[in-house]
Ligand binder design. Structure first.
Ligand code: BMX
Length: 279
């Protein structure tokens, strides 16, 4: 049976029809930040129009905090979700099918565990994009709730959120401070060409990610950390992070590897979870 999978992120929403064999079809629509959740869901319903009647259930992977089918923002700068929005009941009413909902990075962690870089083993997944999301699979189970919201850990004396000091948004702001109008992609390009200001930004970001990985190893000792997201997968980032992770006493640093499912990790993960939930 097919699942309709919907991944609502801070900038775009991915709507896909997913079978056990993989993604059958997909559409990307912008998440119009000013619209609010009712409209975001209606846009997904329109995008899913061609597949009407072809799916038995719905899996939602969403940026933000999900509990008991209700949805809230943790960092409204990533997406301004109103508090305690009844996500699952709204979707079930709109689509007339049963639905489950899970945080986007947690869904991606499950996807990488079941179908990607995790090869069925435990892992911690990190996505470094608009914000920093994460998910933890231990003993073959995904931890839900707040677990993995590493972007909300604090960095430095003034208690800034880590995601406000590493993510794409931060890189662009740092570039501006250096008098450069550049988004994250351009910062990486300038760093590759040896421009000092850009190399500093890339290095600072990698240092913070490496520190996070070390703290994750100390807290959870996972067999691997899988890194994804536009920044996490940018040229050279993983190599830098690895180089900045010394052993911990007699223990080698945790292997850090590339995410394999790319932008589809969330939809593939939540579709797999929905298939299990509705079987
Ligand atoms: C934020 C938080 C997380 C999310 C992460 C990555 C909100 C709205 N989101 O830390 O729940 O997993 O961003 O989100 O509070 P993305 O949109 O950058 O993928």
């Amino acid at each position: 049976k097919a699942i309709l999978a919907v991944d609502i992120g801070g900038t775009k929403t991915l709507v896909a029809l997913v079978r056990a064999s993989g993604v059958v079809g997909e559409v990307t629509v912008p998440t119009r930040r000013e619209d609010g959740p009712d409209r975001w869901l209606e846009a997904a319903l329109v995008a899913a129009g061609p597949w009407r009647g072809r799916f038995s259930g719905i899996g939602l992977a969403v940026t933000g905090f999900v509990r008991d089918g209700r949805w809230s923002a943790m960092n409204p700068a990533t997406l301004g979700i109103p508090p305690d929005y009844p996500l699952v009941s709204r979707v079930e009413a709109l689509f007339s099918r049963p639905a489950i909902a899970v945080n986007d990075a947690q869904a991606a962690a499950w996807g990488e565990h079941a179908l990607g870089a995790g090869q069925g083993e435990d892992l911690v997944f990190l996505t470094i994009s608009t914000g920093i999301g994460g998910g933890i699979v231990l003993n073959g189970r995904l931890r839900e709730g707040l677990a993995g919201h590493f972007g909300l850990t604090t960095e430095g004396e003034d208690g800034d959120l880590l995601e406000d000091r590493v993510s794409g948004r931060w890189m662009a702001a740092e570039a501006r401070r250096h008098g450069q109008a550049a988004d994250a992609r351009q910062v990486f390009a300038s760093a590759a060409m040896g421009e000092a200001w850009a190399m500093d930004i890339v290095a600072a970001s990698a240092r913070r990610v490496a520190r996070l990985c070390r703290n994750i190893q100390l807290a959870l000792d996972p067999p691997r950390i899988v890194l994804g997201g536009g920044i996490g997968l940018a040229e050279g980032v993983i190599d830098r992070v690895r180089a900045l992770m010394p052993p911990l006493g007699p223990v080698a640093p945790v292997p850090v590897c590339r995410a394999e499912l790319g932008v589809r990790a969330g939809i593939l993960g939540v579709a797999d979870m929905a298939r299990i939930a509705f079987s």
